[in-house]
Design a binder for this molecule. Structure first.
Ligand code: ADP
Ligand code: ASP
Ligand code: MG
Length: 814
């Protein structure tokens, strides 16, 4: 004998029912079959809606019932030839009339007991099983309809009745051994108590019906046919990349289902495990897929973590108090109290100080638990030995399950560090000594992120998903977006990083797409998107709560830089080419660095100095490896270098500056470059990164611009430079006649930093510095006579974008 169960979606409509017929056709050639069916998908919910409406005196229940009836009548008409319909149609009518009679009674009394609710719910399976039995009959499969209530006996705990296995096993055996049919159809979910009153086995309980019968008959196998091709490494509705688990142990399947893997109703495994009956989970919609085999034998050479599951709507109860330590009996009383209230404890932790016991229960039972526990401990609470019960809601449990986790060190370390890096706060942890399950209580809002992070950590061999929020679509931003597009495949293949841009904002518009913005069309999509609202943008980063998120600031905007604190505190890394934050006050710079450390994320700004050149990275590597920076000398302004390299008397100074701006080498406001402020910011950042506590005012800026040019607008600035052409010419001529070149040099030594225009001798490293190049000389304990030199293009959108890109990769790889 083999037992098959078809779930709600497998029998949701005539088309699906046809599918199960062909599955059964194969099986019937080989063995006797018991087929357990659920109600047509959604019927149980619809029945509950109707009866609840009726109990509230709302006559809309009639409409609901009509819908249920029509759906079943329709299904019959589609399934059966006209000549065979009338018997089944009248059976459906009869059953629906019974439901209506009960609902009418409830409507009149406006009272709904669990017993009546069970009675109404039972009609879903009664209807579906009768229809399917008739369809099979008409297709030539002789079968016998069996009333599950006659063979499964429970207690009278309506809605969640407990099976009396002794009685049930006897009845099942008696029934099937006295019948010589080879094919039976049984409604799942329903049973009856000792008085013959209808009960149900709990929502999703048809799986259990099948397991009870399979165990009693010692069936050759139990097959659970559903809408997915097996038990998966995580809930596919949460993790799009969840994979089928081909082979799983009973104990593991049990843990996974207890902790939320809805594909199997939790009590299902127990009876079949005792009889060592293999269980298959298969898809009605892809019957050729292998599915999952659940059995007892161990699996060689495979991963230690089998799956991840989660349960929402959890409340955490904490019983705390100094009077609890060392006195036996507190936990016994707590659990007894909860048990008396029929409250199921899902998770337990107790601090070793014994000052508190913490249990996770279903949120719906929280009020009852609070009332009962506070009453049970009333005396201790009054004497201040324990606190009133603390109840926290909006929580969830996530669980990592695997029989072999116990023999693999480091799994919980990996679990909690990846959660921590993504800002998932863990409220309680529980790990049984069997170490088959490590579970953690977290906020409900973090579940999706947490499960995905863990799935990537433990199962993802193909890639890790990175979610970027990009502010700024100017020169650098648009280059960055095209570099990201170009590199997407390479990164996925070589670094296993799936980089997606999920948010873009510029000064006018903002755009989000959680599935990843199409980078081929971002301009058009952004254009047609909503008005920019920066705080809304930042709030969305928080509400989307995506794993491995990075905020990328490719603006030069102060408002954007002001968001970093908020963003870092949400455990989102910040990559900035915007210099405002790193060059603001020392206290802010330090605060941002500390926040990044505290929240386990990155604050990276390599492009603040030398565009794409590895200047800050090199400096950090020197320090990390134990070196000490003694002196830095540098030409840090690509703009000024460009300007002095091109200014030779043929074009006016103003024209050369304009050319630099047009070619994208200047800051959006070129005065920041020309006045030396940009260089001051850069040397300050290098000094700070070297460990110097330095502020902007501490840096000597020997500017060469006439002060009056630095006032007014950018247009005024250009006009003013024209007016002062003679001044610039003089600077050039003096250097030129001495055989020297003008360079704007920044230096840092012995705690002091300064910047200014210098005439550079041909023998100096800086003399041969062309175009918009930058150069940085690091004199350190290890690089004494000959400095470590970093040299190359120090400005330009393309190289800056690639520096930002490198920071993004750095932020997500470590
Ligand atoms: P049925 O109606 O056939 O009993 P259910 O809806 O009860 O089907 O269970 C199947 C569903 O369980 C799947 O569609 C899937 O969304 C969900 N599910 C949750 N966790 C898992 C998991 N780990 N593996 C497979 N499915 C899961
Ligand atoms: N029809 C019941 C429910 O929806 C039982 C089941 O489908 O397993 O809960
Ligand atoms: Mg189910």
């Amino acid at each position: 004998m083999r037992v098959l169960k078809f779930g709600g979606s497998s029998v949701a409509n005539a088309e699906n029912i046809e599918k199960i017929i062909s599955i059964l056709n194969d099986r019937l050639q080989q063995e006797k079959l018991v087929v357990v069916v659920s109600a047509l998908g959604g019927t149980t919910d619809a029945l509950i809606t109707s009866i609840v409406l009726a109990s509230k005196g709302n006559d809309l229940y009639k409409e609901e019932l009509q819908k249920i009836e029509n759906r079943h009548l329709e299904t019959v008409k589609k399934l059966l030839p006209v000549s065979q319909q009338s018997r089944v149609l009248s059976l459906v009518k009869q059953l629906c009339n019974q439901i209506e009679d009960i609902c009418n009674g409830v409507f009149l009394l406006q009272e709904l007991t669990p017993r009546t609710k069970d009675r109404v719910m039972s009609f879903g399976e009664l209807l579906s099983s009768q229809i399917i039995s008739a369809k099979l009959q008409s297709a030539g499969f002789e079968n016998k309809w069996v009333d599950a209530r006659k063979i499964i006996t429970t207690n009278s705990n309506y809605e969640n009745a407990v099976v009396d296995f002794e009685e049930t096993n006897k009845k099942v055996l008696e029934y099937f051994s006295s019948s010589d049919e080879s094919f039976y159809i049984v409604p799942g979910f329903i049973a009856s108590d000792k008085n013959g009153i209808t009960t149900t086995l709990g929502r999703g309980g048809s799986d259990y019906t099948a397991a009870i019968i399979a165990a009693a008959l010692e069936a050759s196998a139990l097959e659970i046919w559903t809408d997915v091709s097996g038990m998966m490494t995580a809930d596919p509705r949460i993790v799009s990349n969840a994979k089928i688990i081909p082979h799983v142990l009973y104990r593991e399947a049990m843990e996974l289902s207890h902790f939320g893997a809805k594909v199997i109703y939790p009590p299902t495994i127990q009876p079949v495990m005792r009889k060592n009956i293999p269980v298959w989970v298969k898809s009605t919609f892809s019957p050729l897929d292998n599915g999952t085999l659940i059995e007892n034998s161990s699996i060689k050479n495979d991963s230690s973590v089998r799956g991840i599951s989660s349960i929402n709507k959890i409340a955490l109860l904490s019983l705390e108090g100094s009077g609890m330590a060392g006195i036996p009996g507190f936990s016994k009383r707590l659990f007894e109290t909860l048990a008396n209230e029929q409250i199921n404890v899902i998770l337990i932790t107790q601090s070793s100080s014994e000052h508190s016991i913490c249990v996770g229960i279903e949120e719906t039972a929280a009020e009852a638990a609070k009332r009962a526990v506070d009453e049970a401990f009333a005396i201790e609470i009054e004497r201040m030995k324990v606190e009133p019960l603390i109840v926290e809601k909006d929580l969830a449990i996530i669980a990592l399950v695997g029989d072999k986790m116990k023999s693999h060190p480091g799994i919980s370390g990996k679990m909690f560090s990846s959660l921590g890096k993504n800002g998932v706060n863990v409220r309680a942890i529980s790990q049984g000594s069997s170490e088959r399950n490590i579970s953690a209580v977290i906020a409900t809002k973090d579940v999706k992120k947490a499960v995905n992070v863990l799935h990537e950590e433990f199962f993802e061999t193909s890639y890790k998903q990175v979610n970027l929020f990009i502010a700024g679509t100017g020169n650098v931003g648009s280059r960055l977006l095209s570099q990201l597009l170009q590199q997407q495949n390479y990164l996925q293949k070589n670094l296993r990083l799936l980089i997606r841009v999920v948010g873009i904002v510029n000064s006018k518009k903002m755009l989000f797409d959680e599935k990843g913005i199409d980078l081929k069309n971002w301009k058009e999509l952004l254009q047609n998107s909503v008005e920019m609202n920066l705080s809304e943008f930042v709030k969305t980063i928080q509400t989307k709560n995506l794993r491995n998120s990075v905020f990328v600031d490719v603006t030069a905007n102060e408002n954007v830089a002001n968001q970093y604190e908020d963003i870092l505190q949400r455990s989102v890394s910040v990559v900035a080419c915007n210099k405002i934050a790193a060059s603001s006050t020392l206290s802010r710079y330090e605060k941002l660095k500390n926040l990044a450390r505290e929240f386990n994320v990155h604050f990276l700004f390599e492009t603040n100095v030398g565009a794409g050149l590895p200047v800050i990275g090199t400096l950090n590597d020197l320090l990390l490896s134990g070196d000490k920076i003694n002196k830095i000398e540098a030409v840090l302004s690509g703009t000024l270098n460009f300007v002095f390299n091109h200014y030779n008397g043929t074009k006016s100074f103003a024209e050369v500056v304009k050319q630099a701006q047009d070619e994208g080498y200047t800051e959006p406001d070129p005065r920041l470059d020309l006045g030396g402020v940009d260089v001051v910011r850069k040397i300050m950042i290098l000094a700070r990164e070297s460990g110097e506590k330095i502020e902007m005012e501490d840096i000597e800026n020997n500017a060469f611009m006439p002060p009056e040019c630095m006032k007014g607008s950018v247009d005024d600035f250009y006009n003013c430079m024209k007016k002062h052409e003679a001044h610039f010419r003089k600077l050039y001529d003096e250097a030129n006649s001495a055989g020297k070149k003008l360079k704007y040099v920044a230096s840092y030594e012995s705690g002091k930093a300064k910047v200014g225009l210098q005439q550079i001798d041909p023998s100096h490293d800086f003399y041969h510095l062309y175009g918009k190049d930058n150069v940085v000389l690091f004199y350190t304990n290890r690089y004494i006579g000959q400095p470590l030199v970093v040299k190359g293009a120090g400005a330009g959108a393309e190289v800056t974008a690639s520096g930002v890109f490198a920071d993004i990769i750095r932020a997500v790889r470590i």
